[in-house]
Design a protein around this ligand. Structure first.
Ligand SMILES: Nc1ncnc2c1ncn2[C@@H]1O[C@H](COP(=O)(O)OP(=O)(O)OP(=O)(O)O)[C@@H](O)[C@H]1O
Ligand SMILES: [Mg+2]
Length: 270
């Protein structure tokens, strides 16, 4: 985005980008509820799943869960599972549990066991493994986790896993091989799309977070954004940003429904 663009709308930074800091997130009530329920599952030494469509806010909720877990009590490890293989999963589990990675799974399990026998006594920090885009996991890779999540030491469960992914993750977890891991999941969270009113508040918030004193989007433009995006955060972001650019290029300070319609055509030419 050019300097002109930002100055047109009084922004100090680009609005609607992915790189929003956790402490700058908009309070979306059902996102906060999902975050808190996942944190509670972790506090109970259990696992959780967050399942919803693309661009609905899963990775952002995962980041906000990580930010809620005190470093003194938890070791968090975040992995994006785009087609992760068995070997890579060993490495990620080893890393989550802060042990050296080894060639075989049984060896790795022994290392982790030894580590927890000694470390529960001293620091007592529990590992939490976050697997984002978990619908991409191969079933045999996911089922490896069952050993660790069922693993009891001093009657304490060692590893919590948070699986975040799109709807096919629910199907993956319902397979027979995954029953042991599914049993450890005590909370299934989902994220619905925003309503018309929530969409308007979100757009206004993100403009404010980027420094704008007031939102340039008129009511009809918000209706248009809602009609196209149907409350999907990623689509709202893309449409809103493109609409701002188009309004700015036309030297206008107000974003109208026409800009939104043109933004849609620019992004999804039919
Ligand atoms: N609470 C929030 N406050 C502000 N922006 C948010 C919030 N939640 C989500 N977003 C915005 O919505 C966008 C989409 O969210 P996110 O990337 O978390 O979705 P996702 O479900 O992980 O998507 P994908 O399925 O593509 O991985 C983010 O880039 C971010 O800009
Ligand atoms: Mg994501």
């Amino acid at each position: 985005m050019t300097r002109d663009f930002k100055s047109t709308f009084g922004c100090h930074s680009t609005p609607f980008t992915r790189e929003i800091r956790v402490d700058e997130l908009h309070d979306i009530v059902f996102h906060l509820a999902a975050r808190d329920n996942i944190v509670r599952a972790i506090e109970k030494r259990m696992s959780a799943a967050l399942i919803s469509g693309p661009g609905s806010g899963k990775s952002t909720v995962v980041r906000s869960v990580i930010a809620r877990l005190p470093e003194a009590r938890y070791i968090t490890h975040y992995v994006k599972c785009a087609d992760i293989g068995k070997r890579d999963m060993y490495r990620e589990i080893a890393c989550a549990c802060t042990v050296q990675s080894t060639g075989s799974f049984p060896k790795l399990l022994r290392r982790i066991q030894e580590k927890f026998e000694s470390s529960l006594a001293d620091s007592g920090r529990r590992p939490v493994l976050f697997l984002d885009e978990a619908h991409e996991l191969r079933p045999e890779v996911l089922s490896m986790l069952r050993v660790l999540t069922n693993f009891e030491m001093d009657s304490k469960l060692v590893l919590s896993v948070v699986l975040a992914g799109q709807v096919p993750l629910a199907k993956l977890l319902s397979q027979d091989d995954q029953i042991p891991i599914a049993r450890r999941i005590i909370h299934y969270a989902t994220l619905r799309p925003l309503s018309r009113d929530e969409t308007a508040k979100y757009v206004e918030y993100r403009m404010g977070a980027a420094g704008a004193k007031s939102s340039p989007f008129d009511d009809a433009s918000l209706d248009a954004i809602y009609e196209i995006a149907r409350g999907n955060l990623r689509i709202i972001d893309n449409l809103a940003l493109e609409s701002l650019e188009l309004a700015s290029a036309a030297k206008l300070k107000v974003v109208s429904a026409q800009h939104v319609a043109a933004a849609r055509r620019a992004q999804w030419p039919s």
